[in-house]
Unconditional design. Structure first.
Length: 131
C-alpha cells in the first residue's frame, strides 16, 4: 500500500513535469508551424507565437471553435491555431489541461495557463492580466 501511494505521487509529479515540457514544446511548435505557413487561418493568425498572445487548440469540425475564431477576428486579437487531430502532441497537451479529455477550443497562453471554451470576456481578462 505504501509503495502504491509513493508510485502514485511519483507518477503525478512526472505527469506534471511532462505536461509543462509539452506546453513549452507545443508553443514553440505552434510558432514554427505558423511561420512555415501551416495550420493558419487567413486574416486571423499572426506570424508567430512571439507576436501572438495564445495558441488555440481546435479541430476542423468544432462549432465552438469556429464561433470563437470569428469573435477573436472581429476583436482583432491575433492567435496561433493548432489542429489536435493533426498534431498528436498537441492533443496530449489538451488532455492534460482538461482532465484527460480532448475538449476544444482550449487556449494556451504565453504564461502556460489555459482556458477551455472561454467567453470573449474571459479571454480579454486573461490577456489584460498578462500585459
Amino acid at each position: 500500500m505504501i509503495a502504491t501511494a509513493g508510485a502514485r505521487a511519483l507518477s503525478t509529479a512526472l505527469i506534471a513535469t511532462i505536461a509543462r515540457s509539452l506546453r513549452r514544446a507545443c508553443m514553440m511548435a505552434a510558432s514554427s508551424m505558423v511561420s512555415a505557413g501551416n495550420a493558419c487561418a487567413p486574416g486571423v493568425v499572426g506570424a508567430g507565437m512571439s507576436e501572438n498572445q495564445f495558441t488555440m487548440f481546435t479541430t476542423p469540425w468544432c462549432g465552438y471553435c469556429h464561433r470563437l475564431k470569428s469573435q477573436l477576428g472581429r476583436e482583432g486579437i491575433e492567435f496561433s491555431i493548432v489542429d489536435i487531430e493533426q498534431e498528436p502532441d498537441a492533443a496530449f497537451t489538451v488532455e492534460q489541461a482538461n482532465g484527460g479529455n480532448q475538449t476544444v477550443p482550449t487556449l494556451l497562453f504565453t504564461d502556460g495557463s489555459t482556458l477551455t471554451n472561454p467567453s470573449m470576456a474571459q479571454i480579454k481578462e486573461r490577456l489584460a492580466s498578462l500585459s
